[in-house]
Design a protein around this ligand. Structure first.
Ligand code: AMP
Ligand code: MG
Length: 479
């Protein structure tokens, strides 16, 4: 149904999955003000610029007015958090307004919902701006992700260890269905589970509807999308930080930018999150945790695959066993591209592995290394002037690598694959501190720079290097 803004509003989740969601109109923030607007995403969704700039828009996305015809809900979900099952999570601080063009329109940090448990349902402004910047950066790199439409300052405080300015993010997603949503449906009954699976297939994997065992194909589809996603995270040194099953979508989009961060010097054990004491969600553990989470997903699907649960388990296990090899294929494809290697054979796999070994043994900056390498090969810089200048093994590696690449175009190709600018931890922290204090200059500058992360610009060298403070950087869950 079209509303007064000529937007086609759907509420398919509210209508079809009412058994695992709760109607929940937002209470809103009366003094809210708009800080960041994503005009290009707004356009994709069908919003006119004049609407985006209007008070009407601010009031809708600050939760004061409803989009006409929308049925706001909070979604229920469970989740394995750090390995432990919590049956009752759900949108404690987020409300799904509706769907537009099949995309979920959700307000995050919008106040209490029936799933808030003891929380206030609110969010501080800083993590809202952080999610906006990092998620849009991921999108620029073509890494599947939820998007950010608006970042709003509520002009009300939230109480954490101290009082902090509050914020609301408008998050856009292909859907917010998580592995945890399936875990939640499984705690209800098989009929609800089937409805959720059918809905998910219709929405995200419509081509699988006609396959022999569509639920098994669905599982394989999710495994594949997630394997690809994690390989892309690894390729840019992204550490998600809290890969709980409630933070993994079945659409294969990155979700939940709480404690995420980018690795500086290459160390597979890197962890930034304040609560990840054992390194469960470290850089190197991400693929193994992916498989662990998918195993939990598989468990929820057992009743749908076959009447005989032994057969179900056997079939699901077979699919799961293919996931690590396909992840590895994706991983080497990403890194082959990063290094300008044309083929993925044993020789090139060895070249990739030994490159990473050099980065590790010399504590070399991951992101910068690929840009430096491109400069060495096109002779615009030297090994002595690069991050490799202390490595004994680099020149031998360099010779073997050079034999496998097309020297003439490789640096151009590499520079299109390897960002020069990433949301470096210390820079983003500085920008956020200023923004929370009312000065948006640095955020706006970084947002601009990160929109063209492959183009090196004069005068912006400090945005390409890490700071010693990055090594001690700690991230929090963002509530
Ligand atoms: P997250 O760490 O963002 O994945 O959130 C884990 C769970 O805690 C989810 O069910 C959230 O909805 C809930 N949660 C996080 N922050 C709050 C809050 N401020 N108020 C209520 N629930 C929250
Ligand atoms: Mg979450």
């Amino acid at each position: 149904m079209k509303n007064s803004n000529n937007l086609k509003i759907d509420n398919s989740y509210a209508e079809e999955l009412y058994e695992i969601s709760e109607k929940c109109p937002p209470k809103g923030f009366k003094k809210a003000e708009m800080l960041l607007k994503n005009y290009s995403l707004a356009k994709e969704l069908g919003f006119d610029k004049s609407f985006v700039d209007s008070d009407e828009c601010l009031n809708i996305f600050a939760g004061n007015n409803l989009l006409q015809n929308s049925i706001p809900i909070a979604q229920g979900y469970s989740g394995h958090q750090f390995g432990h099952f919590n049956p009752q999570l759900g949108d404690g601080r987020a409300i799904l307004l509706c769907e537009i063009n099949k995309m979920d329109i959700q307000l995050k940090g919008i106040g209490q919902t029936p799933y808030s448990r003891r929380g206030d349902g609110k969010s501080a402004l800083s993590p809202v701006l952080r999610e906006y910047m990092i998620s849009e950066f991921m999108h620029t790199l073509k890494i599947p992700t939820t998007r950010s439409l608006f970042a709003i300052k509520t002009n009300e405080d939230v109480l954490r260890e101290t009082t902090l300015p509050g914020g609301v993010l408008t998050r856009i997603a292909k859907s917010h269905i998580r592995i945890g949503t399936f875990e939640y449906a499984r705690t209800k009954n098989n009929q609800i589970l089937k409805t959720l699976a059918d809905y998910s297939i219709d929405r995200h994997y419509p081509d699988l509807k006609e396959t022999d065992n569509k639920y098994l194909s669905f599982f394989a589809g999710v495994c594949d999308k997630q394997a690809l996603l994690v390989s892309k995270w690894m390729s840019i040194g992204f550490i998600h930080g809290v890969m709980n099953t409630d933070n993994m979508t079945i659409s294969g989009e990155t979700i939940d930018y709480g404690p995420c961060a980018f690795m500086n010097h290459y160390d597979p054990k890197t962890v930034f999150s304040s609560i990840d004491h054992s390194g469960r969600y470290s850089y190197q553990n991400q693929p193994a945790i992916l498989i662990w989470n998918l195993a939990k997903f598989a468990e929820t699907l057992i009743p749908l695959i076959d009447e005989d649960s032994e057969i179900s388990i056997k079939k699901l296990t077979e699919v799961l066993q293919h996931t690590m090899p396909s992840y590895q294929e994706y991983f080497y494809k990403e890194f082959a591209e990063k290094l300008g290697l044309q083929t993925i054979d044993n020789k090139n796999i060895k070249i990739i592995d030994s490159y990473l070994k050099i980065l590790h043994s010399e504590s070399i900056d991951f992101t910068l290394s690929f840009r430096n390498l491109a400069k060495i090969v096109d002779q615009s810089s030297t090994i002595e002037d690069s991050v490799f200048n202390k490595s004994k093994d680099f020149s031998t590696w360099y010779k073997s690598w050079k034999k496998e690449i097309n020297v003439a175009n490789v640096s151009k190709e590499m520079d299109l694959k390897n960002p020069c600018y990433i949301p470096r931890n210390h820079l983003i922290e500085d920008a956020l501190m200023n923004a929370v204090g009312g000065d948006m200059k640095e955020i706006n500058l970084m947002t601009g720079l990160l929109k063209e992360p492959f183009t090196e610009k004069d005068g912006f060298k400090k945005y390409t290097i890490s700071s010693s403070s990055d090594e001690r950087y700690i991230t929090y869950c963002g509530t």
